[in-house]
Design a protein around this ligand. Structure first.
Ligand SMILES: [Ca+2]
Ligand SMILES: [Ca+2]
Length: 543
């Protein structure tokens, strides 16, 4: 590789993860996700086993603050090992911004094997309970049968004798409600290689944009003139943005996230570069949707100690701030103990204002952040204690934040962080790696303030192994799914839904088999839901 490993960052803040523990040799789980499906065999092997339920040797509590953000780290110049596949090229973005590469990998720890996507932990664990997310409540779920004639006011129940019954309102039979069969299907809109994120510009109803893992952002246009209702989407001949020479796709790395600013004038990409450094880029977007690749700006970076658990999802919240997720650094079992250190960006979701600050700062920290003063945690950190918050989303109806956190060997989890709790997820500790889901992992003592999962499921009950979070359905075409949080799993592909009343249940498709390798979800401006699989983009629609 010739990409400037000796160059130093000059603009953006670079964050080096804190090395809490000496590196342990860790054989990485190889889930072989994105490309090859979940046949990674008895994955899970090699992850250090937790000392769950052991009384001694538990590390708890955050360590002292480690220098605030904003220090540009010197490039440690470590060239990471040989790459499989694509040649490195010169590693420069075709775009290139203010000298943006150069931070070497942390200290050459672990040469990650090829693994892949959202998490690892294909390990099996014995049987157990499924979806303890909520008890089934059949009340109110059953549609009435034989609703009367139009306008009928008859007493359908056969009640007799009522002298002068008040006229009943016209009955509109409700359709089936989740979790009953809802007449849902998946429409295959376009074939795409490893699409990981969808973004929309409200100015462009005919288009949507997709991040492909290998580093391209492509625009697709609806044949009908609208992207949200066309059954077929056609991809522009040329990518809107091509970062493929810069993006590393080993392990679980790649172009992992994509979002537009609310005004649609800036595009943000989240990716991992060939020095194994996560990057958040900002790109100017013209009125016609074209991206000025020569004027990209690197907003922030984070060194990745391992090639897995990179998080990478990015979105704007209803508050107008940008949220960006990072995994625990990877390696399996949180060898760096990053999860319970809120000073470390690894294992967190950050909240920032990504625009250049008044003093030229590459971004600013909103005053309402839980650790804004940097004393008890890093100022940028919003949620912490995550293992790999692969996908997260806001409920557009109420602002709740839903975080899917990929589990280790036992439990996959989904966390709802209510907006009503003083800001959706503000300062929430998701518990990793003291806890995996609701089970102790490294500690028998539940960390203070641990937010337990809203939904969790166990590996080994079925083929599922790595949760892929989606969205709360707020569209109009599938009213039976109103208010239902939709998600899936990389290793299985069955779509699932959850609400408080019904609990968690599979979504029955009216036709066709469930997709394989659900990598991600998207939500259109109209609230309809897109499903991103290993080779295609789909939309959930009435059958
Ligand atoms: Ca990592
Ligand atoms: Ca958790």
């Amino acid at each position: 590789m010739t990409c400037g490993a000796s160059r130093r960052l000059s603009g953006p803040a670079t964050r080096r993860h804190r090395s809490v523990l000496p590196a342990a040799p860790v054989a990485l789980v190889s889930l072989v996700l994105l490309a090859a499906g979940c046949a990674g065999g008895p994955g899970g092997i090699g992850d250090p086993q937790p000392q769950a339920r052991s009384e001694a040797g538990i590390e708890t509590g955050p360590a002292a603050p480690s220098g605030g953000s904003g220090t540009a780290a010197a490039g440690a110049a470590g060239e990471q090992g040989a790459e499989s596949g694509a040649s490195a090229g010169d590693g420069q973005p075709d775009a290139s911004p203010e000298s943006a590469d150069g931070t070497g990998p942390a200290d050459g720890r672990g040469d990650p094997a090829a693994g892949a996507a959202p998490g690892d932990g294909a390990g099996t664990a014995g049987g157990g309970t499924l979806e303890p997310g909520g008890a089934r409540n059949d009340g109110g779920g059953t549609p009435p049968t034989g609703s009367g004639a139009a306008g009928g006011t008859g007493n359908a129940g056969g009640a007799t004798g009522s002298a002068d019954p008040a006229p009943a309102p016209p009955i509109t039979p409700p359709g089936p409600r989740f979790p009953e069969p809802l007449g849902v299907s998946l429409t295959r809109l376009a074939e795409l290689p490893a699409p990981l994120a969808v973004a929309f510009r409200t100015q462009e109803p005919a288009s949507l944009y997709v991040a492909l893992r290998h580093g391209e952002v492509v625009r697709l246009r609806g044949e009908s003139g609208r992207a949200d209702s066309s059954a077929i989407l056609r991809r522009d001949a040329n990518a809107v943005l091509d970062m493929s020479a810069r993006v590393d796709t080993r392990g679980e790395m790649g172009l992992l996230g994509l979002t537009f600013s609310p005004a649609g004038d800036r595009l943000y990409t989240s990716s991992v570069n060939r020095q194994q450094v996560s990057e958040l880029w900002e790109w100017p977007v013209a009125a016609d949707g074209s991206v000025d690749a020569a004027r990209g700006r690197l907003v922030l970076t984070l060194e990745q100690p391992f090639a897995n658990h990179n998080g990478g999802d990015v979105t704007f919240g209803p508050d107008g701030y940008l949220y960006l997720g990072f995994g625990d650094g990877g390696g399996g079992g949180d060898p760096l103990r990053a999860g319970q250190d809120p000073h470390d960006w690894l294992g967190t979701i950050l909240r920032i204002d990504p625009r250049v600050g008044p003093g030229g700062e590459p971004y600013t920290v909103p005053a309402g952040n839980p650790f804004a003063d940097g004393v008890s945690g890093a100022p940028e950190v919003w949620v912490w204690g995550a293992r790999n918050p692969w996908r997260f989303s806001f409920d557009r109806a109420n602002g709740d934040l839903w975080v899917s956190d990929v589990g280790q060997d036992l439990l996959e989890e989904i966390n709802r962080l209510p907006a009503a709790d003083g800001g959706a997820g503000r300062g929430a500790n998701l518990g990793w790696s003291d806890y995996e889901g609701s089970n102790p992992f490294w500690s028998n003592t539940e960390p203070p303030g641990h937010v337990r999962p809203t939904v969790e499921y166990r590996h080994g009950d079925d083929a599922r192994c790595s949760v892929t979070g989606g969205y709360v359905y707020r569209g109009s075409r599938l009213p039976g799914l109103g208010g239902v949080y939709l998600y899936s799993d990389f290793c299985d592909g069955t779509l699932w839904g959850y609400n408080d009343v019904a609990g968690a249940h599979p979504i029955h498709l009216a036709s066709g088999a469930p997709p394989k390798s659900v990598l991600s979800f998207g939500q259109g401006p109209d609230g309809e839901i897109y499903v991103l699989t290993g080779d295609a983009l789909w939309r959930l629609e009435p059958a």
